[in-house]
Design a binder for this molecule. Structure first.
Ligand code: ADP
Length: 445
């Protein structure tokens, strides 16, 4: 076939083809390298994010880079006013990384490093006089980049024992990307450390508060008991008759004293719960008898408010539980059922027994609990607005401790309530008492 004037001769075409082919191969290699770098970067970020300690994180990233990208050196140094400090150095043998960092801190070397503002390439110039970073690190090429954020000021570097001839731009870009990600991770590590420090400070404060609570409540109990005893003696016929006014005063004092005793007991229970010192002492209990005892104790309040009480349960429901804790639980639910009831309202106490559970429901026809408040009902100090005006003396600790007591038995408590209609609390307890390996009260909510 004749060769037209416009067509290059065959050997020229072949040359062109070969040239294209070599360009394509180069391009392919470049993309492959870039892809590998991106994969390694992704991998490095993934696990670096899980490491909480700066030094370990840097070392692990360095090891990964050397292993996967065939770099020969990796280092991170911290810049201080006095010089540089080693953070992580991988691939250094002789001289050791610490020696190198000490050298870098010398003025001559510092003058080479400090002006670096973004990832920069240093190549070996065998003949050059003066300090040489490549020579110091025993490499032919070196990329150094600043690694600086709000919590860290320093430099990151990678080195190759071979001259870095091809794809320099890719390596510089990769180091820039890496440094960007490490800055984010370093910020996260610092924030986490700050949060942990704050958290441990708060825990310490919380412990101090609990100890304070425990000591003061404990100290208050004795004088309060003395006052209680003194008032009982004062009110007894043997001490001498009191006139009507004196009797009223003593009654008021007994009431106030009992209120403080109740509050102190509540605080003491909370301190014990928070310190994990509240021990459940299981013993055989009978529900009907417990309910009747409590009803008798709060008879005056029931009568004053004209509450109609109904107890619906078999004659005997036997189960295992801590007498004090179950008594307090029922006392709190029944007194609330009276306190937050309407005048002449109803209070229905239901008890049921299944093969392995006791189910107790305390239902009233009172003010109810606003739907939006129900999630906070069992937290410390929660009180609804209406409850606060109905009974200004309450403190909002009863339901919190009640739930903890029930949970310590391996049971739970639930509420169903409608504002203005009434409330029903249901307590479910294991009939055989707390589980053998111990149940956990959740003190945080
Ligand atoms: P206190 O009665 O001292 O406020 P509790 O922890 O026993 O403390 O109760 C917390 C809050 O829960 C009460 O202030 C009230 O708002 C609400 N609450 C508890 N029981 C009832 C109930 N039976 N009916 C309506 N609200 C109730």
């Amino acid at each position: 076939m004749p060769v037209s004037a416009s067509q290059p001769p065959l050997d020229d075409s072949a040359k062109l083809l070969l040239q294209r082919d070599s360009e394509l191969t180069k391009l392919n290699l470049r993309y492959e390298k870039q892809l590998t770098q991106l994969r390694v970067l992704q991998e490095a970020i993934l696990f670096a994010n899980q490491i909480k300690d700066r030094q370990t994180m840097m070392k692990s990233v360095g090891e990964l880079l050397i292993h996967r990208l065939s770099y020969d050196r990796f280092f991170v140094i911290e810049a201080t006013d006095k010089g540089f400090l080693p953070v992580a150095g991988i691939g250094f043998d002789q001289p050791s990384f610490t020696t190198i960092v000490a050298e870098l801190s010398q003025t001559d070397y510092r003058q080479l490093i400090v002006p670096i503002k973004s990832a920069d390439l240093f190549v070996d110039q065998e003949t050059a006089a003066g300090p040489s970073l490549t020579k110091l690190m025993n490499v032919r090429s070196l990329i150094i980049s600043p690694l600086t954020n709000r919590h860290f000021r320093g430099y990151l570097g990678i080195g190759l024992e071979q001259p870095l001839e091809s794809f320099i731009a890719q390596d510089l870009e990769f180091i820039n990307l890496l440094v960007g990600q490490l800055n984010v991770i370093l910020e996260n590590i610092a924030s986490l450390a700050a949060m942990e420090a704050k958290n441990s400070q708060l825990n310490q404060l919380d412990k101090t508060k609990t100890t304070f609570l425990s000591i003061t409540s404990h100290q208050l109990r004795t004088p309060l008991s003395v006052i209680k005893f003194a008032l009982t003696v004062l009110n007894s016929p043997e001490t001498g008759p009191l006139n009507k006014e004196q009797q009223d005063l003593v009654r008021e004092m007994v009431k106030s004293n009992n209120r403080i005793i109740g509050l102190v007991n509540n605080l003491l229970n909370i301190a014990r719960l928070e310190q994990g010192r509240l021990v459940v002492r299981p013993e055989p209990l009978e529900l009907n008898q417990l309910v009747q005892t409590i009803l008798e104790e709060i008879k005056e309040r029931i009568t004053t408010k004209g509450i109609q009480v109904q107890v619906v349960m078999p004659k005997k429901i036997h189960f295992i539980g801590d007498h004090t804790l179950i008594y307090e639980t029922l006392m709190n639910l029944l007194t609330n059922g009276v306190k937050y009831n309407k005048d002449k309202g109803k209070l229905i106490i239901t008890g049921k027994q299944s093969a392995n559970q006791v189910i107790i429901t305390v239902q009233d026809t009172g003010i109810g609990i606003p739907a939006e408040d129900q999630a906070r009902l069992f937290t410390q100090f929660y009180r609804s607005q209406e409850a606060s005006s109905l009974d200004p003396e309450g403190v909002g600790l009863g339901l919190y401790t009640t739930r903890q007591f029930v949970r310590l038995h391996g049971g739970d408590i639930a509420v169903s309530s409608m504002e203005g209609v009434g409330t029903a609390f249901t307590v479910v307890l294991p009939i055989g008492g707390p589980p053998v390996n111990g149940a956990q009260a959740v003190t945080s909510s």
